[in-house]
Design a protein around this ligand. Structure first.
Ligand SMILES: C[S@@+](CC[C@H](N)C(=O)[O-])C[C@H]1O[C@@H](n2cnc3c(N)ncnc32)[C@H](O)[C@@H]1O
Length: 319
């Protein structure tokens, strides 16, 4: 089939990975975070990569032709004035979504796939989503949007609700496209978190920690992820990890915690966080990146197995 993707706000390429596993190929990616670019390039060495700020990308000369736009773009409010001016006007700029619109207007790829936080639809009293869907429709796309929780759609034990927007220029393909059906969660935390073997010392909480007693008192189970919330321990539903977020990389105690089989307490390792995002084991985490960069990258990314299932549905719709 050979449909080619271009990825914007690519991060470490979680969306790209899901599409790759479904048989698509990314040919171009843009991401301005240097650390994320290292992880991306280590895993997708053949992709033409741009570290430019997307606002400076020339849609005519810097971006090759492609068939599917992939983007997990930042969610920002649109100023009313900006919207009225449209994305061709300087005043309409500033909102990063319009950078995607600008590229779409030039390249007119047949398909778009966008990912965002669940509350995109209610954000700014519905204005943000209205601007996005009006803009995409005015650019010639028929769009469907749906919210999926990774634990129900990706066989990954993480609560992660995200909105996905899929758009087609072709009306038949749009009609053919169906959102994936829920699947049984069979993966257990113990399948992707190592409760048994000792990890590097730095991940453990010892008695020197000022709130060690509280951890010891509250963290009784080994099939659960916990979070330290300033003064108390939050226990999550059994066998589910809470939504991983980019602020895991800001230090403090934002990384979820577990109790190991030997009764010790530790935070998840960066690799375990990538596992909880459904990345395959052979996904490379560059050795030269520090833990905080990798935690941030994992939290910013997507659940690859959910993306893969949506990409498979896109494939069915166009075949
Ligand atoms: C939510 S993350 C997307 C992560 C990606 N889906 C993944 O799987 O890793 C948004 C990304 O947009 C990037 N970004 C934000 N503003 C940008 C800009 N002006 N130009 C290029 N990249 C930008 C950030 O560095 C971040 O990596």
């Amino acid at each position: 089939m050979g449909l080619k993707c271009a990825s914007f706000f690519a991060g470490v390429g979680g969306i790209d990975k899901g599409f790759e596993l479904a048989g698509f190929e990314t040919i171009f990616a843009n991401e301005f975070d240097y650390n994320a670019s290292l992880t991306y390039k280590a895993n997708f060495p053949n992709v033409e990569f741009s570290t430019a700020d997307v606002r400076t990308l020339n849609e005519k000369t810097d971006v090759p032709d492609f068939d599917i736009m992939l983007a997990g773009f930042p969610c920002q409010a649109f100023s009313v004035a900006g919207y009225r001016q449209g994305f061709n006007d300087e005043k309409g700029r500033g909102n990063l979504f319009f950078e995607l619109a600008r590229i779409l207007e030039e390249k007119k790829p047949p398909i778009i796939f966008l990912e965002n936080v669940k509350n995109l639809v209610s954000h700014d009293n519905g204005n943000t989503f209205a601007v996005i869907s009006d803009t995409l429709e005015s650019l010639g796309y028929h769009i469907k949007h749906f919210v999926l929780n990774a634990c129900n759609y990706g066989n990954i034990p993480q609560t992660r609700e995200r909105i996905y927007i899929v758009g087609f220029r072709d009306k038949e393909q749009y009609k053919n496209f169906e959102c994936p059906k829920p699947i049984k969660l069979e993966t257990k935390l113990r399948d992707i978190i190592d409760f048994e073997n000792r990890q590097e010392e730095k991940y453990y909480y010892t008695e020197q920690c000022s709130f060690y007693d509280k951890l010891a008192e509250s963290m009784q189970r080994c099939d659960t992820c916990y979070q330290w919330r300033r003064v108390y321990v939050r226990e999550n539903k059994s066998n589910l990890c809470p939504t991983l977020t980019a602020n895991m990389g800001t230090g403090g105690h934002n990384v979820p915690l577990i109790r190991t089989y030997s009764g010790e307490f530790r935070k998840l390792t960066p690799r375990e966080c990538f596992n909880l995002q459904g990345f395959p084991q052979d996904f490379i985490l560059p050795k030269k990146l520090c833990g905080s960069a990798l935690y941030k990258q994992a939290g910013n990314s997507v659940v690859v197995t959910v993306i893969q299932r949506i990409a498979v549905e896109i494939k069915k719709a166009i075949e």
